[in-house]
Design a protein around this ligand. Structure first.
Ligand code: M6R
Length: 606
């Protein structure tokens, strides 16, 4: 949520920052802004801001806007409406300090009242502006001290970058709860909330920890704590090349990411399968066999799509390892004073590794002494660092706000975890082998499903007129239905409800009529006849049905036939055509596919 980017070096900074903002736009896209140390005789800070997308900002940049040091921001509004005034960077009363900020300052109202009483006039409604004034009013000599002093007044989360016109040779940055990554170049330095904005310039990065600050100069950087003690941080190399962050031949990131799923799953499996013992190696779990045998329950925590992946994961663990398991939205869990049991294994699941509700749940669990694993996509992210061990899902960069390939890889990673726990307990060699064979078939089967895109596109055209849609599934199919319903609503804005098929006659059947189509998940498993009965009930009420099944469904108006795998792994495949259905429905309705209204990719605030 919100993206910050900064540069210090010899190059013309504005185009560089605009390019960086474009790459970070998925983090927030209601307004954008930029501040630079202006070159030339006048010097000083210059800022430009605009409501709307980065292209608006670009069109509004003044003609003379040259410099080689600057910071920029793309916003997802929390305090104050999305408008020019509330766009970052925010400046102090004298226009000497410029700040970009990702996060929330919890005591902003109180600080604002104090500053106002001291005669400060505010130009925006944002929480961030208090920080600019606090830094500007500090009497400390060095910029680092001014920032440190200001941060002492702040309660809340931040990733910030600060310019000061009296210190034109540096950018000072700080992190507490919102990501800050330094990009280390040759006689130039970068800072960003995300490696996405850095990789086209450098793959050498330093990720700041909470409570850490850094000073960037063109040819040097140093990191230290907010208390001022030096920290050591050697650069690491980013795993993915710049092209992985590009759209390539696709028109949208969503389409690109759906199309990448066979390769992504292949990556999640690579180097992990142990045929000798019909199990998998998950090097990062930090859980030995004795500890794994001691696990009495598994509790999975995530939000949105990741929570749905966790629901499927919980079923897999229960089925394969016979450990009671469930999933819960992290956003609910953290507020209900949960009983934390030492024999429960907690698993935090997140694409970004930044989602605040998940991070806060992890921190609460750790505080209470629980063992928490992470199932995360972004390497080195906050949740990955905060957990005791875990599994990287290796989906590769996911840029579209709507998660697709990451969901699939999360579910595959849960299958690996379930197999690992199962084989340490009572899952037989034969069943372990059966699951491994099934996992190996997935990439080819995904390719087959994606080859049916033209047909799914036609179906999307037939259902795009619906005002509302019902998604149903039973047991393994229910979380698939939930995820498909979320996908449709967030990208197409069509209202969608997901229900267990078994619950239909307990209420939702009242909604069924020709104008309310149903998407039904109908795998060829031991519940096939039960699912067919649900289709009969819907048909009897003149409901239109689109089934996702392993064979044509007589009662359905249309069936998307998907290849059959092992029953435990079928949920991985059954969701994929419905990603395409959501995509083509949204496309036919002219939606902004990669940046749906009101959403942002990383929800780093409550
Ligand atoms: O980065 P995370 O996986 O923690 O994000 C969790 C949710 O915010 C995310 O899955 C959200 O629901 C997406 N928009 C789904 O497409």
């Amino acid at each position: 949520m919100c993206g910050i980017v900064g540069y210090i070096g010899k190059r013309d900074v504005a185009p560089l920052l605009l390019e960086g903002l474009q790459r970070l736009e998925y983090r927030g896209y209601d307004s954008a802004g930029i501040a630079i140390h202006a070159s030339g005789k006048t010097g000083g800070l210059k800022t430009a801001k605009a409501k709307g997308r980065v292209r608006e900002l670009e069109s509004r940049l003044p003609k003379r806007f040259a410099g080689t040091t600057g910071i920029a921001h793309t916003r997802w509004a929390t305090h104050g409406a999305p408008n020019d005034e509330n766009a970052h960077p925010h400046v102090d009363a004298e226009g000497k300090v410029a700040v970009v900020h990702n996060g929330i300052i919890d005591n902003a109202a109180e600080l604002r009242a104090k500053l106002t009483a001291d005669g400060v006039e505010f130009a925006s409604e944002t929480d961030t502006e208090v920080l600019a004034h606090l830094i500007g009013r500090s009497q400390a000599e060095k910029l680092e001290e001014k920032v440190r002093e200001a941060l002492r007044h702040i309660e809340g989360t931040y990733g910030i970058a600060v310019l000061h016109s009296d210190f034109a040779d540096r950018i000072v940055v700080a992190r507490n709860g919102s990501p800050v990554v330094l990009g280390i170049g040759e006689k130039e330095m970068f800072v960003s909330s995300d490696v996405a904005a850095l990789v086209s310039h450098t793959r050498q990065v330093v990720t700041l920890d909470d409570g850490e600050m850094a000073t960037l100069k063109a040819d040097d950087y140093r990191t230290y704590t907010t208390e001022g003690s030096r920290t050591t941080s050697s650069p690491e190399t980013v795993e993915y090349a710049a092209e992985s962050y590009d759209m390539g031949a696709h028109d949208t990131y969503m389409h690109k990411e759906i199309s990448e799923q066979a390769d992504a799953v292949d990556r999640a499996l690579r180097g992990r399968i142990d045929d000798r013992f019909s199990t998998v190696h998950l090097g990062g779990l930090n859980l030995d066999a004795r500890e794994a045998r001691g696990v009495r329950r598994v509790k999975i925590l995530g939000c949105g799509t990741s929570y749905h992946a966790g629901q499927i994961g919980a079923q897999m663990i229960e089925e394969l390892a016979r450990i009671p398991s469930d999933a819960e939205p992290a956003s609910e869990f953290r507020y209900r004073n949960p009983v934390v049991d030492p024999d429960t294994l907690y698993v935090a699941v997140s694409q970004s590794g930044e989602t605040y509700d998940v991070l806060a749940a992890v921190q609460e669990l750790k505080r209470k002494g629980a063992r928490v694993l992470g199932l995360v996509n972004v390497v080195g992210s906050a949740i990955a660092r905060e957990t005791d061990g875990g599994i990287y899902v290796h989906a590769g960069p996911e840029v579209c706000v709507v998660s697709t390939k990451c969901f699939t890889n999360m579910v595959v990673s849960f299958a690996l975890l379930a197999l690992h726990l199962g084989r340490i307990r009572d899952l037989s060699v034969a069943d372990g082998k059966r699951i491994i064979d099934g996992l190996r078939r997935l990439p080819q089967q995904i390719t087959e499903i994606l080859a049916g895109e033209a047909e799914i596109k036609k179906l999307a055209g037939l259902y795009a007129d619906a005002k509302s849609m019902m998604f149903i599934g039973r047991v393994r199919g229910y979380p698939v239905a939930r995820e498909a319903s979320l996908k449709l609503k967030e990208v197409s804005y069509i209202h969608a409800e997901a229900y267990p098929a078994s619950e239909l006659k307990h209420g939702p059947l009242a909604l069924i009529e020709p104008a309310m189509p149903t998407v039904a998940i109908v795998p060829d498993d031991d519940l096939l006849e039960k699912n067919r009965a649900a289709l009969e009930e819907i048909k009897a009420r003149s409901g239109r049905i689109l089934a996702v099944a392993h064979q044509e469904q007589e009662k359905a108006d249309h069936t998307i036939v998907v290849p059959k795998n092992e029953p435990e792994l079928d949920p991985i495949l059954m969701g994929i055509p419905l990603q395409l259905l959501a995509y083509h429905t949204a496309l036919s309705l002219g939606r902004d596919i990669d940046k749906p209204r009101n959403l942002a990719k990383s929800v780093t605030v409550e």
